[in-house]
Design a protein around this ligand. Structure first.
Ligand code: 3H9
Length: 700
């Protein structure tokens, strides 16, 4: 195997290159190579300065996350960076792609940083439940100041090269060949005898806060935001503060210890699981490795309602021209107007420039009639959930669209196979289930029909990623994965309310668990009338929800639902009138109300979802437990530090989940609560969903 770090000479400049595809992660051989070659170049009297570059698509993207949890191997990243910091000649990091985590920490160990203009720099450790562990919490604040460094460390979001230049994180932006630019920069540093800029020794950017230490807490509280109480953000706040009162060498040791402490927390394990699960979810186990996506240069969306409009925006945002198709001029005009307003509102909030708004709008063309789909490479249907209507549309699209075009349905409930079979090309038909609002929500369930071709699937995955979604492939069943599991939670939430809890208690336990919103606040947001109408048509009744709907309490849109909303506010306020409706409903059903604990609320709402997830795996509707986790993380606000429902089940123990489900099934007589066969088997064998995922991987 060739060495992952090499050194070559360009005159008096040593160029050290990291080449460890795909993202130049800092595995042991890279750390050792960096340490050895920087020392070698430092000792070489013919070398006047050192440039660090990376091969491939990116600068170093961080520590090798797959090494976490394994026994440490020398040299540590800190040791390697300390040696780089101690080099006696100018050192210049040449950054392209993304300099992330340990990668940015290596660059911070150099005296200077130059970057290509599309480069991004960040410390995303917080997204893995960690803090930077190789000097990031100390060198970054010293270099750019605490006010600028804390948001970078606490958000985990990268900054652009131009922002980095403004902040002093980058010294120059190179147009054209980056290595040549970095060498020129190094030569200039030598010629001008520039002092070696060592972030570890800098102090002046800390002066303002040192003079007013109380301001630290204010800045920190703002940067922590909603993550207050989580271990990694709190540790980051503590670590950055050491820049003010702990010597650099000591602070680095403390930072390292904190990093190691965090590595073993459930929060970090869950977040690392989420990172890998997201990447795995796009891998279709039985798909041949050489499957190529079809080219999608133009898209069409059928239906200009909220969903269709949002989907069209996703394509325009990604620079793909899209035709929005409606049945009448008026519907089309409304649909296009809503899109325009959406973009303009984003611009007003500072989220995009006027030029961006114009550019995106120019990519969306409106048309009346399906004929306009004839040039599209991908058509996404987003009309009412009515099988007859969908079949009619797909039949027509079959005749109109070009050969090889992907025909996708955004159905959330209907049988994709039946829709596919209404065409002469079921191999091109697929489900692309977006979540509302489609232009915002990241999840995309890609529904694989029994006849969907591999390259159609690959196209949907590739396009999904291009339009900034997190795609997960699922099979055909009612509600697919996400909504099918959500239904189980809804049933239990309704029962809890009849048995003794109030909506605010169920929602409170749910938000305390980490969801942004509980089931009843969510019901108010979505509209209580939707379910009411469906139940009425089916002759079913939900005593509480339907009584509310009959009283005109449809949720946020009417200012009243399970809660009251003050004009212009989305904050749910508990309402005694609702409590009365609930008490009456319990009495009507002959249920003696009792106090219900938070623990019961969580077990009754979350465990049935896990149970349904197990059934979904048994049926092969999802290929991996991790896929289900990704769906919940990106579609339903599952807290990332709990890793997703299946990962969470592993952390509490499958035996416990099984036993509690069996207990509730026995108490209520509800068969759906009886543990799924798969859950029963894994619990009996002392296994986890993670071990099942490994078994599945080996078998494929
Ligand atoms: C850290 O640095 C700690 C230090 O402070 C202290 C240490 C002491 N390690 O995302 P992609 C794999 S913490 C191992 O599809 P893209 C990934 O799994 C780290 N593997 O590509 C995938 O594998 P596969 C801080 C990694 O172009 C393949 O690379 N750094 C790592 O869409 C391609 O990935 C981060 O958190 C890694 N660090 O996006 C950065 N990174 O093909 C994490 C990626 O088998 N990485 N892989 O599925 C990213 O954000 C994105 O991967 C990146 C590229 C933006 C770089």
């Amino acid at each position: 195997m060739s060495e992952p770090v090499t050194l070559r000479r360009e005159g008096a400049i040593a160029v050290i290159t990291v080449n460890n595809p795909p993202v130049n992660a800092l595995k042991q051989a890279v750390r050792a190579g960096l340490q050895k070659l920087f020392k070698e170049a430092d000792a070489d009297a013919n070398v006047q300065a050192i440039v660090l570059t990376c091969a491939g698509r990116t600068f170093i993207a961080g520590a090798d996350i797959t090494e976490f949890g394994k026994p440490p191997m020398a040299p540590s990243l800190i040791e390697a960076i300390t040696d780089i910091d101690n080099v006696s000649k100018p050192t210049v990091a040449a950054i392209h792609g993304t300099a992330l985590g340990g990668g940015l920490e290596v660059a911070l160990g150099c005296n200077y940083r130059v970057a290509s203009k599309d480069a991004k720099l960040g410390l995303p450790e917080i997204k893995l439940g960690l803090i930077p562990g190789a000097g990031g919490t100390q060198r970054l604040p010293r270099l750019i100041g605490i006010e600028k460094a804390l948001p970078v460390i606490l958000s985990g979001n990268p900054v652009s090269a131009s922002q980095a230049l403004k902040d002093g994180l980058v010294d120059e932006i190179v147009e054209g060949d980056l290595t040549a630019g970095a060498i020129a920069f190094a030569k200039k540093a030598v010629a001008e005898k520039k002092p070696l800029k060592r972030a570890s020794k800098m102090d002046e950017k800390l002066a303002a806060i040192r003079a007013n230490p109380d301001s630290y807490n204010e800045i920190a509280a703002k940067a922590v935001g909603r993550n207050k109480g989580l271990k990694a953000p709190m540790a980051a706040v503590e670590a950055v503060k050491w820049t003010l009162d702990v010597p650099f060498e000591e602070a680095i040791k403390r930072e390292r210890n904190k990093f190691i402490e965090l590595l073993v927390t459930d929060e970090s394990k869950s977040q690392r699981h989420a990172f890998f699960a997201e990447r795995e979810a796009t891998k279709v186990l039985d798909m041949p490795a050489d499957t190529k996506a079809r080219e999608v240069k133009r898209a069409a969306v059928i239906g200009g309602g909220t969903m269709g409009g949002g989907i069209a925006m996703c394509f325009a945002n990604a620079g793909i021209p899209v035709t929005l198709i409606e049945t009448t001029d008026e519907f089309l005009k409304n649909g296009l107007a809503k899109i325009k307003t959406n973009y303009e509102n984003t611009a007003k909030r500072g989220g995009m420039s006027e030029a961006d708004v114009e550019k995106r709008l120019s990519l969306i063309e409106g048309a009346v009639g399906l004929e306009a789909a004839k040039d599209a490479d991908m058509v996404i249907e987003a009309v009412f959930e009515e099988m007859g209507l969908k079949k009619e549309i797909f039949g027509k699209l079959d005749a109109i669209t070009k050969k090889g075009a992907i025909l996708a349905t955004n159905t959330s409930t209907l049988d994709v196979n039946e829709i596919a079979n209404s065409t002469s090309r079921p191999q091109d038909v697929i489900g692309m289930h977006f979540f509302s609002p489609a232009n915002i929500m990241k999840l995309l369930e890609i529904v694989r029909g029994e006849k969907s071709a591999f390259d159609a699937l690959q196209t949907a995955i590739t396009v999904g990623r291009k339009i900034a979604k997190v795609p997960v492939v699922v099979g055909v069943c009612y509600g697919f994965v996400g909504n099918r599991m959500l239904h189980r939670r809804g049933v239990q939430a309704d029962r809890l309310v009849l048995e003794g809890a109030l909506p605010q208690e169920v929602d409170g336990a749910t938000t305390e668990f980490g969801f942004p919103m509980g089931p009843f606040a969510m019901g108010d947001l979505a509209g209580i009338d939707v379910g009411w109408r469906i139940r009425r048509a089916r002759g079913e009744r939900n005593e509480v929800a339907d009584t509310l709907a009959e009283a005109g309490r449809f949720g946020q849109k009417t200012g009243k639902g399970y809660y009251i909303y003050e004009k212009g506010s989305r904050t749910p306020i508990p309402d005694p009138e609702v409590e009365k409706i609930i008490l009456d409903a319990s009495a009507k059903k002959g249920i003696a109300r009792r106090p219900i604990s938070k623990q019961e609320i969580i077990e009754r709402t979350v465990y049935p979802m896990i149970n349904e997830g197990a059934r979904i795996l048994e049926e092969g509707i999802a290929s991996r437990p991790g896929d289900i986790d990704v769906i919940w993380l990106y579609g339903y606000g599952w807290p990332v530090w709990r890793g997703g429902p299946m990962h969470y089940a592993d952390t509490v123990g499958l035996k416990h989940v099984r036993d509690r489900l069996a207990h509730y099934a026995k108490g209520s007589g509800d068969k759906t609560l009886e543990p799924a066969k798969l859950l029963e088997r894994l619990a009996n064998e002392g296994k986890t969903f993670a071990s099942l995922a490994n078994e599945m991987k080996k078998a494929s």
